[in-house]
Design a protein around this ligand. Sequence first.
Ligand SMILES: Cc1cc2nc3c(=O)[nH]c(=O)nc-3n(C[C@H](O)[C@H](O)[C@H](O)COP(=O)(O)OP(=O)(O)OC[C@H]3O[C@@H](n4cnc5c(N)ncnc54)[C@H](O)[C@@H]3O)c2cc1C
Length: 382
Amino acid sequence: MARTVLILGAGTGGLVAAHRLRRMLDKEHQVILVDRSPQYSFAPSYTWVMLGMRDARRISRDVSSVQKKGIEFLLGEVQAIDAAGKRVTVNEREIEFDYLIVALGAEYSSDEIPGLGQCWTFYHLDGADGLSERLQTFASGRVALVVSALPVKCPAAPYEGALLLDDHFRRRGLRDDIDIMVYTPEAAPLPSAGPKAGERVVELLSSRNVGFEHGRQLVEVDQRSRRMRFRDGSIANFDLLIATPIHACPTVLRQSGLADEGGWVSVDRETLATGFDDVYAIGDAISIPLGDAAVLPKTGVFAHGQAEVVSRNIAAEIAGAQPIWAFGGQGNCFLSTGARKAAIVTGNFFTEPTPDVDVRGPNRRWHWAKVGFERLWLWRWF
Ligand SMILES: Cc1cc2nc3c(=O)[nH]c(=O)nc-3n(C[C@H](O)[C@H](O)[C@H](O)COP(=O)(O)OP(=O)(O)OC[C@H]3O[C@@H](n4cnc5c(N)ncnc54)[C@H](O)[C@@H]3O)c2cc1C
């Protein structure tokens, strides 16, 4: 019997799942990929866009190109999901599914923190592009990088941004006139990766004279006086404020009952199954608890790994075989540090009592590995 696998979201997780399923399933089965955006862009390169090292177009692709691989692409807004009734509404049209993979990522907002909406950010492509112009004329003063709230996608990216800015201003001969600070509500960098990884990032920051204050939850930004206030009452000045937006589970998932009280979609951490039959969720939209109140970081590498597991298991089930694949918490993420060097955060986040995660480098090898990965990714899925 012909089956329909519907994939919501054509970002990291959705793209991988759609390609894998299309290759594994017979032609009679339909693979439908839905996204509101016709364009995909490669987020790990946003920090390079910020520094003018990448053009926004170079890291963007048309999602509709997946159609040449036999994947049906539907450009539209996912408005409602009836997970129990196996129906999704896209642009007022109902689509029925046999299997559903939810890969809608995280939604951004800034309303809860006054003034945050007026800050610079490299957490989306337009923001990174805008910053590249702003940085051309910034020649002295304090640059503050602020993690505005948790969770935050790719928890290494704010630290990467700070180290790359240090390198950028050094190369322009301006570093002595520029102070770089990182503020975060985290107790230490990369809390889900365990204490060793956090210590290594702090060492990297201090070796480059980047100031670091942890435990600082932003509550207000006043752009006129260029001051920000934290929950503990402390105040910090800035001349250029670069902040991460507040992340939330997409509204449609909260409205459809797929998100739980914690605000994100709960899944079985090995199979990515939700509480609904044949409905799976992957990537940034889900929350997987680890020990010590930590959660699995929202990163592309995990969205990718989870997509591999879910697509293989669905294909096996459709073929009448046993779904045997399990997501194991293994992942790695590059952390560019400038001067054509990068570190890699690598290991297993599911090991107990603490994650077995290490920070290696920085060196040239990991920089070129990241460049190669960028190329491979944009070639492989488009
Ligand atoms: C600056 C930055 C640097 C990063 N660096 C790294 C890195 O080095 N390594 C790494 O592993 N990860 C990195 N990440 C994180 C990575 O990009 C994300 O974790 C990953 O893209 C999540 O994949 P996803 O499929 O869950 O969601 P996404 O890739 O965000 O895709 C979600 C898709 O759903 C669509 N969508 C959402 N709601 C709707 C709706 N209602 N209707 C229709 N479509 C909808 C969106 O348009 C989007 O295309 C970085 C992120 C940022 C911001």
